[in-house]
Design a protein around this ligand. Structure first.
Ligand SMILES: [Cu+2]
Length: 630
């Protein structure tokens, strides 16, 4: 046995040479360095969601972690990890936030919305016919009616289907008109399945059902409609629950439910501090057909924006632009929805709901599982779209990096450099020196056929060029994330391969190792020190930042903490600050515009003449008008 495990001498020698090379100062200064770390067994989580909290700690959310046995057991996990000490703590997780959406609020809380109501059932695994029904209530004067799981829907033929989950039916809406009033029945979509297995319960075409357990007073007004009950594949289903994770108490606080259940939604923070939730699969596994809703942190409630009806595939990458009422959809998304709908990038005007498409990107049919992010400071208004693959389980992927200047009078896609390989699921991390780390990903769907890309590059938006970076040791594809740490390093987590082997025969195991990248800038010399900085600075303010290294400070950036999942992070941004040197430090001026710097917690970095960043100092940018709270 020993003989089998000892590598041939040349392999050992070349490995030794490789180790000496990648650990040499010259190499690290040019390409950076990766270090793998492993948490104790009881602290390992399937890191599907990752966020940098304003305490400097990292929140990793697994929920059920893409493990159906954990889901069935109701075992949901989150971990808070402190990169400064290496300590971690499992925190109670009240619901299955697996494949939820999230973004940071002005308060520093992380809003987490949606997640998993039910795991998918593949073709052949469905025993009882199932489908969505719409429960209607035509009575505007009834109270909301709660129904338990198991509520029965009976067809005219006497076939019975049961609701798999509880639901609540709202009263109809009544709008006064000149001639009296118009009543619109309320609609609640519910998933139901046949009380018995077998094809006898399958049908296509509309049916009206009676609903069990309706209070006598509402009997005439409540009924259900359905289109089909089938034995076909049943998708994952979403939940409406939402939470704010409080980073100071490290607890989830339940807030108002969304109006729609969502699995794979994107949450985008808007300039005014509210949050827009888009897309996702609903409670029946159907992709939401353009129902978008807004979270108001002041009331902790959601409300549908009925005027905003744009449809997107799941986890769409939608960014707040410098124009307050205009969002930009990069076309990148993460995995559900038909090929022909909602795939073209463009500007979405929230005042009139018009989406102005901006075609012209290379490989426009390879945008699923692409990464996208602001390239350079957000004031440049340049978005980069990196890699991506074909729709669904396609083996196709692209090495494309294209950028677009949203501020140009006629925004058009510009070709950038190509990655070394086709790359689905690239992790994009904006660094304080205005470069972007592009790491990991795989050529094929979920790393099939052993196609993880063990490489990384640093993209320079200013010159539209790509630099080589050291190779990560761990391969990462689907369900992976990266984030900029407060000390200027980058942490990568997760990866959920479909298979573990080249022949695609061994089911994949979730990657639980963490890897930390130390960029070249941290090998060029000591980090400049920040000896004092204000905890708070309002938009337009000029504040003093004390530093014993002021003589060599050349720039200052505010970095929004990352909150990444499914290679989608609409919160990540770098904000350039105007800077002048003064006695014993520098003074920096924040932009005036809340579309550039939405209220929130940021990391303030000072960078020296060699591009070496300080350790980030947390600073609060309060909502306009609330600065005096300091
Ligand atoms: Cu997922």
């Amino acid at each position: 046995m020993l003989g089998v495990n000892v590598p041939p001498a040349w392999a050992w020698f070349s490995e030794l040479r490789h180790q000496r090379l990648i650990n040499s100062q010259e190499y690290k200064e040019q390409f950076g360095k990766w270090d793998v770390l492993e948490l104790p067994d009881d602290q390992k989580v399937n890191a599907i969601h990752a966020a940098v909290l304003p305490t400097g700690r990292i929140l990793l959310i697994a929920g059920s972690g893409n493990k159906e046995d954990m889901f069935n057991a109701g075992t949901f996990k989150s971990l808070v990890y402190d990169p400064a000490t290496g300590r971690s703590r499992v925190v109670p997780t009240p619901d299955d936030m697996f494949c939820s959406g999230h973004t940071f609020l002005a308060s520093g809380n992380l809003l987490v919305a949606g997640g998993t109501q039910r795991y998918e059932r593949l073709d052949g695994a469905v025993t009882n016919a199932g489908g969505g029904v719409i429960v209607k209530n035509e009575d505007p004067d009834s109270a909301p009616i709660p129904f338990p799981a198991g509520t029965e829907f009976r067809s005219p033929e006497g076939l019975v289907y049961r609701a798999t989950h509880p639901f609540t039916v709202e009263p109809a809406t009544k709008v006064a008109t000149r001639r009296g009033a118009t009543v619109t029945a309320s609609e609640t979509t519910v998933f139901a399945e046949a009380v018995e297995p077998g094809p006898g319960y399958v049908f296509e075409g509309p049916r009206q059902y009676s609903v069990s357990g309706v209070p006598a007073a509402d009997a005439q007004n409540v009924y259900a409609l359905g289109q089909a009950m089938t034995l076909k594949k049943q998708n994952y289903q979403g939940i409406e629950q939402s939470f704010e994770f409080n980073p100071y108490t490290e607890t989830y606080e339940r807030v108002g439910d969304m109006e729609f259940k969502r699995w794979y939604p994107t949450l985008t923070g808007l300039a005014n501090g509210t949050v827009l939730a888009m897309s996702g699969l609903d409670g029946t596994g159907e992709i939401l057909n353009g129902q978008n809703e807004i979270y108001d942190p002041a009331t902790r409630t959601w409300r549908e924006r009925k005027d905003l009806t744009q449809y997107f595939p799941s986890y769409p990458a939608v960014f707040q632009t410098a124009r307050e009422d205009v969002l930009f959809y990069s076309g990148a998304n993460s995995g559900y929805g038909p090929a022909e709908a909602g795939r073209v990038p463009g500007f979405w005007n929230l005042e009139n709901n018009i989406l102005t498409p901006i075609p012209g990107m290379r490989d426009p049919d390879l945008l699923e599982t692409a990464g996208s992010a602001w390239a350079g400071p957000v004031q440049d208004q340049r978005i980069a779209v990196v890699g991506g693959g074909g729709v669904g389980e396609s083996p196709r992927s692209t090495a494309r990096i294209d950028t677009i200047d949203l501020d140009s009078p006629n925004p058009t896609w510009q070709p950038g450099p190509m990655l070394p390989e086709g790359t689905r699921y690239p992790n994009l991390t904006t660094l304080p020196d205005d470069t972007m780390l592009i790491s990991n990903g795989s050529r094929d769907y979920r790393g099939k056929g052993d196609t993880n890309n063990h490489n990384a590059r640093i993209y320079r938006p200013q010159t539209n060029t790509l630099d080589y970076a050291a190779d990560p040791a761990v391969g990462r594809n689907y369900h992976s994330a990266s984030m900029l740490l407060p000390d200027g390093r980058v942490m990568t987590v997760g990866s959920d391969p479909l298979f573990n082997d080249l022949a695609n025969t061994i089911p994949g195991t979730f990657e639980q190792r963490i890897e930390i990248y130390t960029p070249p800038y941290l090998f060029r010399g000591p980090q400049p020190q920040v000896s004092d900085a204000p905890p708070r600075a309002a938009l337009g303010d000029t504040v003093s930042v004390a530093s014993p290294d002021a003589a060599r400070i050349q720039s200052a950036r505010l970095m929004a903490p990352m909150a990444s999942t499914h290679v989608t992070d609409t919160h990540q941004r770098s904000i350039a600050l105007d800077m002048t040197k003064q006695d014993g430090g520098v003074s920096v001026t924040l932009p005036r515009d809340r579309a550039i710097a939405p209220p929130g917690r940021y990391m303030l970095f000072l960078l020296d003449d060699r591009g070496v960043p300080s350790v980030g100092r947390w600073i609060e940018v309060p909502e306009p008008g609330r600065a005096e709270a300091a």
